[in-house]
Design a protein around this ligand. Structure first.
Ligand code: NAD
Length: 390
């Protein structure tokens, strides 16, 4: 049996990789770019850094660009609308996505909607979107989602509070410029949330029913990079070496899950994000220890491999010992990274319990829980949501 692997066509990795954007455009034969980003990137001067190198180059290759800087965290159909209109009205031949997963996901959705029209809902899973949109050059500024190297975008329908999972080669950026120096400015809370997101991608890709030999190598490499460095970047955001490892780890974790799948943590996490506006990585973090405990009995060898790759179990430990250490570590990590409980985050318990059934149904409909080594029923999912309050 073979596995299909889909990757960006070009990856530029390392310090200042983002400044290679003019050469990347030239190599793609593109010269009219829409930069899709957010206001934080404008304020940090990151947009200016990109436009400056484009202007310098434009004396020889005449690069034209505009900026759409109104993307928002956890993007919605409404939040991308102005970007879709701008991309559709202009004569652009590519999109430069600069920012965290939210800006990159917004750019991917804009790239498809501007070219083919319709509603975002038309493109959600189980439809597979393989048709190419405007080519996207992705420049991530968080070490988290891996969206720069995934065939996925996630857009919330604000009318139904549903985080719509959209998949297919059409959402894979053509180029990914992976420049860890852009992550030095990420605040500690976001560093923790995005870092746990990346770790979750690697673990879920490895235990997924869709795991394959290729995704396994990427997932294990990602865990080796992320696990020893996540606490370091949380406590000291200036640690260049740790930021570098986290950034590469995040991209590899994205490649791993994009070519396997995510599983139960992500399936349960999206509805919490949509209903209660919890940042994606944070809702993953709330769920990761409990879901891992539930899932370990169905794939003890796989989870033990994760513990060993993360450096928290030694090769001589039995699978059972390694899994006990994994569960202890995931809880300790949440404590050290000050991951709040739903109550501490400010969610109303009564409100949460009133939507558990709907969240369970949305989670199952997304398809992600079906990839988990142990697949819960809707009733079990409701109990797992409620257990977050124990
Ligand atoms: P984000 O993009 O929402 O960013 C969080 C906050 O951090 C924003 O306010 C942003 O402006 C700020 N920020 C980003 N980079 C910064 C920097 N370098 N310095 C200072 N501040 C910075 O966070 P995220 O976790 O990267 O993305 C989350 C989104 O990605 C969610 O919508 C989630 O559903 C989605 N996601 C997508 C995929 C995929 O494969 N497409 C995978 C996982 C998650």
């Amino acid at each position: 049996m073979s596995s299909q692997i889909i990757l960006p066509r070009i990856m530029q990795v390392g310090a200042q990789a983002s400044l290679a954007v003019p050469d990347i455009l030239a190599g793609m034969g593109c010269s009219r770019a829409l930069i899709v980003t957010d206001n934080v990137m404008v304020k940090l001067g990151y947009v200016a850094n990109i436009t400056k190198v484009l202007e310098q180059k434009s004396t020889t290759v005449d690069v034209y660009f505009d900026v759409f800087s109104d993307t928002v965290p956890e993007p919605t159909v409404a939040s991308i609308q102005a970007g879709v209109e701008m991309a559709g009205a202009g004569d652009y031949d590519c999109i430069i996505a600069l920012g965290g997963g939210s800006s990159i996901d917004s750019a991917k959705a804009i790239s498809i909607l501007a070219k083919y029209g319709g509603e975002m809902r038309d493109y959600r899973f189980p439809r597979i979107v393989n048709e190419p949109g405007l080519p996207v050059i992705a420049i991530p500024t968080t070490a988290g989602t891996g969206s720069e190297a995934t065939r996925v975008t996630i857009i919330t329908d604000q009318t139904s509070d549903e985080k719509m999972l959209c998949m297919g080669a059409g959402f894979m950026p053509v180029a990914a410029l992976v420049d860890y120096t852009l992550t030095i400015s990420v605040p500690a809370r976001t560093t923790a949330d995005t870092g746990i997101d990346a770790l979750t991608h690697a673990i879920e890709a490895y235990v997924s029913k869709k795991a394959n030999a290729y995704s396994d190598t990427q997932a294990i490499a990602a865990m080796k990079l992320i696990a020893p460095n996540l606490r370091k970047v949380y406590h000291n955001g200036e640690d260049q070496q740790a930021r570098k490892q986290m950034m590469l780890g995040s991209t590899l974790a994205g490649i791993a899950f994009s070519n396997a799948s995510v599983a139960l943590v992500h399936g349960m996490s999206r509805p919490i994000g949509a209903f209660f506006h919890v940042p994606h990585g944070l809702s993953n973090a709330m769920l990761l220890p409990g879901v891992t405990e539930y899932s370990v009995p169905a794939a003890p060898g796989r989870y033990a491999d994760c513990a060993r790759a993360m450096g928290i179990a030694s090769p001589g430990d039995s699978d059972q010992q390694a899994n006990e250490q994994l569960l202890t570590e995931l809880k300790a990590l949440n404590n050290e990274l000050s991951v709040p409980t739903p109550a501490q985050f400010g969610i109303d318990k009564h409100e949460f319990f009133s939507v558990c059934q709907t969240m369970a149904e949305q989670a199952l409909a997304s398809g992600s829980p079906g990839n988990n080594p142990r697949v819960p029923s809707a009733g079990e999912l409701v109990s797992m949501y409620q257990a977050l309050w124990d």
